[in-house]
Design a protein around this ligand. Sequence first.
Ligand code: SF4
Length: 347
Amino acid sequence: MGQLLAVKDLTVKFALRRSSLTAVNNVSFSLSRGERMGLVGESGAGKSVTGFSLINLISKPGYIDTGSILFEGRELTGLSDEEIRQIRGNRITMIFQDPMMTLNPVLTIGTQMVETLKAHGNISTRKAEAVAIDKLRLVQIPSPEKRLRQYPHEFSGGMRQRIVIAIALLTEPALIIADEPTTALDVTIQAEIMDLLITLCDLSKMGLILITHDLGVVSEVTEKIAVMYAGKIVESGPTRSIISDPSHPYTKGLVKAIPGNIPPGEPLHQIPGMMPTLTDIPAGCSFHPRCEYAGNICTTQIPDLAPVPSRQSNVACHMISGRLAPSDIGSAARRKRQTAIAEELPA
Ligand code: SF4
């Protein structure tokens, strides 16, 4: 498999009047042709901003501050709006959570598909319709010739998402970025859409970046994952080994929260606390206020993402790198608990 995408030290910021906020911090990953990768984390982790920045879809005042995005051997940072438009919707396409973000409610599916094809190349209406029918068939829309004449509201939610996938396939892209593509659908339809994406990727050697908060979905669809927290990758590697034996405390919490991992009758697992906002990222390891293992070093020093000996994964945690002495593990969390108790005691 040749390399399709290499993202290196990508940093995305949002400009303020006199300063800036960092939404994506020094993120690196790569994808081979036909490979499927998950970008995982809670809301606010920076995964969607990372995905959008690949095709320059971050809205102002967001901007790529530093880093490199090499796609099919071409550097994407620094391209003009017109040059990036040629790649977006052509070699790289996107699928969003809400199909109606892509579909125009007042145009038939056929008109929208034909217009998309015409926008990306010199093609006759008759030929474009034939391609559209072919793609609708590929995503298993029954009677595609008839369905082409219908409007989005005449389809169910699952069918609409299939049509969005068919539109994404029109230009034979090398990479699809799917942002929570099934979150709005019920579980059975979700599984069908995911199966479809896997089949299509295999069929046409298309890369997939699946952006989701749902580690359960990622475990079934992707070959590798990058877990993001507060704008950084905290753990990355092969999906199977990370799901079966996560290293980073945040990944451990996410894995425990997969509904299938919870014995019947037991309450859903929740990681205590909340993802920090961009204006309030804690010093040291940004996960330390929520981490039961946090020691003193975690509150002051940022852990590097480093390979874990004996594993194929990379992890950013002082405990894993051995910089957190066993006697110190949990000391920060203990101190926080003691302070909370002391504050509640009558003076
Ligand atoms: Fe927890 Fe410290 Fe590891 Fe961060 S570096 S995840 S606070 S043990």
